[in-house]
Design a protein around this ligand. Structure first.
Ligand code: PMP
Length: 422
């Protein structure tokens, strides 16, 4: 880290990695294998982070490695069409039927930025609505009360973002129909899009209240606005068809990242043909990328999705999730009763909130939980060989490699730490 700090701001290439939120010195990793991660000091960890989601099959899955190895000898980039990108796109359509047309890009940030551009082009409107605590990458227009790393900086926005760039960004409160009604009453005719994480996983884990996504679907339809589900987190993880299938609400556009590239930089946006046809060269909305549809990412993503099908990954992950619920109920019920902790789980996402037994419904409620307690538990996890993303504003991820005894240990540590403060 001493060397890294000389060359990278904070020693890192993405801020949460700096341990700014939990305190202490960041781990520097050397390799991973299945459910395990190894740091350069030789310590071994059970990984509940999955590189923030992509590694749903664990580290170095042999099928993914083989697909990439074969591709390495053919080409790592063409900057031109290949059958590999069409094959992956068709596989995505198989899993998520509403994706009539799509584009591959290289990061979730590009995907959300481009989806909003397509929505603006299709509606000929400027404004869009996002939710406080939701994170959609670091494009200027989104850095308004963003979640993830920014939540821990205590900023409502970022330096270096001119006010002009965010003047068309409207911010609603997650799970508050009232806040959305007010925004639409004032700006309805100029709202191009509403973008939401259908399950918010960048302010800890906040689930949509029953009916909330349906409400957004209705309001956007009534006002001629585009509904965008940012499924960079939930896509290919929450269910085979992502959030849209899980909650049975169809957006107009989707964004994907993480799992879609199997851990190699790739992301995508897509949905209704009439909106996607605004994108150049069919339409006048410009969007491009030298490494878009990158062959290595395309084969890694395709191998990951095929292997998930083969392993029946969703059933496996749900069973692990249910086991996690069971252990939490067994070990933490007295602490939940005393309002020391609450637990949220959906599919293979999970999160502990401390100092409350009511799972938060929005960003303000998340911010009033006890983050110091999270940090204490976090360091105890590390000492006991358990690795999660280093911030209480992040979530835990289950991969298909995780075993029941790993889950047991992870929850036991939470109990131990709660005992020390009781
Ligand atoms: N949207 C969501 C929901 C995300 O969780 C993230 C990143 N965690 C992004 C967008 C941005 O993706 P990337 O980091 O690949 O730019």
């Amino acid at each position: 880290m001493e060397r890294s700090r000389k060359v990278f701001p904070g020693g890192v290439n993405s801020p949460v990695r700096s341990f700014r939120s939990v305190g202490g010195t960041p781990l520097v990793f050397s390799h991973g294998q299945g459910k395990n991660l190894f740091d350069i000091d030789g310590n071994k960890y059970v990984d509940f982070c999955s590189s923030w989601g992509p590694l749903i099959l664990g580290y170095s899955h042999p099928v993914v490695i083989q697909a990439m190895q074969e591709q390495l000898h053919k080409a790592v980039t063409f900057g031109a069409p290949s059958e590999l990108e069409t094959r992956l796109a068709e596989k995505i359509q198989e899993w998520i039927p509403g994706i009539e047309m799509m584009r591959f890009v290289s990061s979730g940030t590009e995907a959300t930025m481009s989806a909003v551009r397509a929505a603006r082009a299709a509606t000929n409107r400027n404004k869009f609505v996002k939710f406080e605590g939701c994170y959609h990458g670091h494009a200027d227009q989104f850095l308004v009360k963003a979640g993830s790393g920014l939540a821990t900086l205590g900023n409502t926005s970022s330096a270096g973002v001119p006010a002009g760039t965010t003047q068309d960004t409207l911010t609603g409160i997650y799970n508050s129909e009232q806040s959305i009604r007010e925004i639409f009453a004032q700006y309805g005719n100029d709202i191009a899009a509403v973008i939401i994480e259908p399950v918010a996983a960048n302010m800890g884990l906040v689930l949509p209240k029953p009916g909330f996504l349906e409400f957004l679907r209705k309001v956007t339809k009534e006002n001629g606005s585009v509904l965008i589900f940012d499924e960079v987190m939930t896509g290919f993880r929450l269910s085979r068809g992502g959030s849209a299938t899980y909650f049975n609400v169809q957006p107009d556009l989707w964004t994907f990242g993480k799992i879609v590239g199997g851990g190699v930089p790739a992301a995508a946006y897509g949905g209704k043909k009439e909106i996607m046809q605004t994108i150049s060269p069919l339409g006048n909305a410009y969007q491009a990328g030298t490494l878009s549809g990158n062959p290595l990412a395309m084969v890694a993503g395709y191998a990951t999705l095929c292997e998930m099908e083969k392993q029946n990954a969703f059933e496996k992950l749900e069973n692990l999730g249910k086991y996690l619920d069971k252990i939490v109920a067994k070990l933490l019920t007295p602490y939940i009763e005393k309002a020391q902790v609450s637990f949220v789980r959906i599919g293979s996402f999970f999160c502990f909130f401390f100092g409350t037994n009511v799972p938060p419904q929005n960003f303000a409620e998340v911010s009033s939980t006890n983050m110091n307690m999270f940090n204490k538990v976090y360091h105890s996890w590390l000492q006991n060989g358990i690795y999660l993303g280093p911030s209480g504003y992040e979530v835990g991820f289950l991969s298909t490699c995780i075993e029941e005894n790993d889950i047991q240990l992870m929850v036991e540590i939470v109990k131990q730490e709660l005992d020390t403060v009781a």
